[in-house]
Design a protein around this ligand. Structure first.
Ligand SMILES: NC(=O)c1ccc[n+]([C@@H]2O[C@H](COP(=O)([O-])OP(=O)(O)OC[C@H]3O[C@@H](n4cnc5c(N)ncnc54)[C@H](OP(=O)(O)O)[C@@H]3O)[C@@H](O)[C@H]2O)c1
Length: 339
């Protein structure tokens, strides 16, 4: 079996999980190089990785470059993403920098793998909350065409990176002891709180915060439905790992709850946990460390025809980032898109 040379950029929460998932899935790696801002050795699951500062030359000769650096002008993707593609790597980027770029496929392998065929060297991994929602929605869209989606998210602090997990852990110890919360990752204390703000306001969608706009625009791009009606409210909750979402989905034709449950239970990447009488439904505590999108509370919306309510949960660092990126690489190999 052919093996592939991989460069990983960034070794925070997502980069660390990428190294673990590559091993767990037996991805055929011939060589792995880890880049970050500073040089050091990182030990992950008993394996030492030599970390070197990122540079354009570091991408020469690699097959895949998996980017898990921070976003923005000083982040790795903007500094090195297209440069790595120019040097012959297939770049799979976890950040937001290029997701809506017309040159860039935005791919969830269970949903729109065909978009990979038009790649120009750089592929974007969607936002974590978008990925799990479209994994749950795409099978319903195929069966009965979605007209409108209204989603409310309950997003864990790991979605903000390793510093935010440390902040929740610190506040959990210090605030009950009477110490000040000292919020840095968020505008308010997150311990014992719920914050209806993820990212910042943007002029393009008045009143919506950035994460909500990502969910709207990315869902349309991935489902190939540019006019799909989508609205989102994204909320940060004091959970370490795993995002939860309450989704209201209006379809062009009626699906009963039983039909939707049947469709979703056969869908790739979905696991249905739906026995409300026994209090069986997905919860982040039990989805951590797994790769599926868990769906439950599937019911017909009593207030509106052809409309379903459902609840979905997934590990935001695995399916929401690391696993989806590696599945893209696996799919490209399987589709013969890698030299
Ligand atoms: N957390 C999630 O749920 C999630 C989900 C989907 C997508 N993402 C995206 O994935 C990316 C990584 O997120 P994270 O949570 O892993 O962040 P993180 O824990 O803050 O780690 C960021 C890593 O990027 C490295 N880095 C930053 N700027 C760099 C540069 N210019 N050159 C090289 N390396 C650079 C840092 O290097 P040093 O260690 O040397 O400082 C660090 O290792 C972000 O774009 C994020 O938006 C995150």
């Amino acid at each position: 079996m052919k093996k592939y040379s991989v460069v990983l950029v960034g070794i925070g929460l997502v980069g660390t999980r990428i190294l673990q998932v590559l091993r767990q899935r037996n991805f055929p790696v011939s060589r792995i190089k880890v880049l970050a801002r500073s040089a050091r050795t990182e030990r992950i699951d008993g394996v030492d990785y030599e970390v070197v500062p990122a540079s354009p030359e570091a991408f020469d000769g690699a097959d895949f470059a998996l980017f898990a650096g921070t976003e923005g002008a000083r982040g790795a993707s903007q500094l090195y993403g297209w440069e790595a593609a120019k040097r012959g790597c297939i770049v799979i980027d976890n950040g937001d920098d290029f997701r809506m770029d017309d040159r860039v496929p935005l791919v969830v392998p269970e949903v729109n793998p065909e978009a990979l065929r038009a790649h120009q060297g750089l592929i974007s991994n969607p936002n974590c909350s978008t990925i799990q929602m479209v994994v749950a929605l795409a099978p319903l869209h195929r069966a009965a065409r979605i007209k409108r989606v209204v989603v409310t998210t309950f997003q864990s602090v790991s979605g903000t990176g390793s510093a935010a997990v440390a902040e929740l852990d610190r506040q959990t110890r210090e605030v009950p002891a009477g110490l000040p919360p000292k919020p840095e990752a968020y505008p308010h204390q997150i311990f014992q709180n719920v914050i209806p703000q993820i990212s910042s306001l943007k002029d393009s969608y008045p009143g919506y915060y950035g994460e909500e706009i990502k969910m709207i625009r990315e869902t349309r791009k991935i489902l190939g439905a540019p006019d799909l009606a989508v609205s989102a409210t994204c909320v940060r909750v004091p959970v370490r790992f795993g995002h939860s979402e309450a989704v209201n989905v209006e379809l062009e034709r009626k699906l009963t709850a039983a039909e939707a449950r049947d469709i979703l239970s056969k869908a790739e990447g979905v696991r249905v946990l739906d026995d409300p009488a026994k209090s069986v439904y997905p919860m982040p505590l039990f989805c951590e460390g797994q790769d599926d999108t868990f769906v439950g509370r599937i019911r017909e919306d009593s207030s509106r025809p052809n409309t379903l309510d459902l609840w979905c949960v997934s590990d935001n660092i695995r399916k929401g980032a690391a696993t989806n990126a590696i599945q893209i690489a696996e799919k490209m190999i399987a589709m013969g898109l890698v030299k």
